[in-house]
Design a protein around this ligand. Structure first.
Ligand code: ADP
Length: 436
């Protein structure tokens, strides 16, 4: 405000003095015009100086000026210095981020909103074979062409990582993780998990081999135990009792070995691409029959069919999974319990439910139930002949059939185990040609 009044004073003074001078010469109008012209020229000079400063030498000191122009130059200069400082800070931060990404062993690739490559670190060059500068601006799926990666990229739901072999060396296993950020841009991280993968494979092979090797001695032992049991009446009662216990434990061990082998097979084998059409009614009736034998008439077991579609899958695996659920329903519900095996429509496709009104499960245990050897009550599980592997098998079988397991239960309120199969796993029960 102060500078403005000063400026107005300057204008008034210049035009006043020159009008007066004009008056002396009898031409006050010409005096006023001269005053205004001088004032305008002064401003045009400053405007020219400003333009020159901004376009030619913006980093240099501003032109020297007084009054409102001096203040304007000072303001602009301070603003420019602050701007330059911020830019330098941002440049330093960016450099630090790039340096730290550069120092990482994992690949880091920045993609723009279309999925074109913007920047990557040198680990990405070694791991994914990216070549600067020709790959800059290329679409990521032109460089990592595996259909599983393309599907993962297009899905835009990146909660789970994706494990694939390296596009340049199929002996190396990489774990890819995409993250959406900013304006629909994506960050791709790839980690070399070859060692971890090898260890995991060794663990699987070890369990499979041990279980396999245990089979023969166990068969021999149970064989002898059976022979001795046939002559139990000739033995002293104490020995006969121990023989019974030995047989029970041998049976338990056999179940354990069978379940371990089954799990190993499910983990090692690739899902069968030539799935068969599995009609649910006969399968559920056969399982109902087996469950009734296990129950020994203590439970009422019912099959309900509310869906006319068949499943595309492996009949043996499906039978094993559903049997595990049905046997659990028998084992974890008391005498007089009601069990329903139900095949029904579901918004996602179709669902196979095994429902019981038995002892139920506290919801805190539900998220961990499918872990190997996780039991709510270990004593109870062993007593009913459980191995602790049943639900782990169910989970693996369902994974191989693109299905998911939902568990709803409360203590003393029974339990519902629901296997939800997606539409692409269903075929019309009446249409045998629909099978791939
Ligand atoms: P297990 O051989 O011990 O039954 P599973 O993996 O089949 O092992 O089941 C894990 C645990 O889940 C069981 O120990 C049991 O506590 C619980 N469970 C499974 N099914 C039922 C059910 N129908 N009702 C109540 N609890 C169940």
């Amino acid at each position: 405000m102060h500078l403005w009044s000063l400026e107005l004073w300057r204008l008034a003074w210049l035009s006043g003095v020159l009008t007066l001078a004009g008056l002396v010469f009898g031409a006050p109008g010409a005096g006023l015009a001269l005053g205004l012209a001088i004032y305008l020229t002064l401003h045009l000079r400053q405007l020219h100086a400003l333009h020159h400063w901004l376009t030619r030498t913006p980093q240099s000191e501003p032109p020297v000026a007084t009054g409102i122009w001096g203040a304007l130059f000072d303001r602009l200069h301070t603003h420019q210095k602050a701007q330059a400082k911020t830019q330098q800070r941002l440049r330093n931060t960016l450099q630090r981020i790039q340096d730290s990404s550069e120092a990482m062993n994992d690949s880091v690739v920045m993609l723009d909103r279309r999925g074109d490559l913007e920047w990557w670190n040198s680990a990405a060059e070694a791991m994914l074979g990216l070549r600067p500068p020709q790959d800059r601006g290329q679409h990521i799926t032109n460089l990592i062409r595996d259909p599983r990666f393309v599907a993962y990229f297009d899905k835009r739901a990146y909660r789970e990582p994706l494990t694939l072999t390296s596009p340049i060396d199929d002996r190396r296993m990489l774990q890819f993780q995409l993250t959406l950020y900013g304006d629909d841009e994506r960050l791709l991280m790839a980690r070399d998990i070859t060692r971890l993968h090898r260890l995991e494979q060794m663990r699987r092979d070890f369990v499979a081999n041990v279980s396999h090797e245990l089979r023969t001695p166990l068969t021999v032992l149970t064989g002898y135990l059976e022979t001795y049991a046939d002559h139990a009446e000739q033995m002293p009662p104490r020995l006969a009792r121990s023989l019974g216990q030995m047989q029970d434990q041998a049976k338990r061990m056999q179940n354990l070995v069978d379940d371990l082998l089954m799990l190993s097979r499910l983990e090692i084998d690739r899902p069968n691409p030539h799935s068969e059409r599995v009609a649910l009614p006969p399968l559920l009736e056969a399982i109902q029959h087996d469950a009734e034998s296990l129950s020994g008439g203590r439970h009422q077991i019912k099959v309900t069919i509310e869906c006319d579609q068949a499943l595309r899958g492996d009949p043996k695996e499906l039978r094993s999974a559903i049997s595990n659920l049905a046997f659990n329903a028998v084992r974890y519900s008391g005498e007089g319990g009601h069990i329903v095996l139900r095949w029904r429509d579901h918004p996602a496709g179709a669902a196979l439910e095994v429902e019981d009104d038995g002892e139920g499960i506290d919801p805190v245990h539900i998220p961990r139930l499918t872990e190997r050897f996780y039991r709510v009550d270990k004593g109870r599980s062993t007593e009913t002949g459980g191995t602790g592997l049943g639900l782990a098998i169910v989970k693996h079988v369902l994974l191989r059939h693109d299905a998911r397991l939902e568990i709803a239960s409360y203590p003393h309120k029974g339990a519902v185990f629901r296997c939800v199969f997606p539409t692409q796993r269903l075929v019309k029960d009446t249409d045998p040609a629909a099978l791939t």
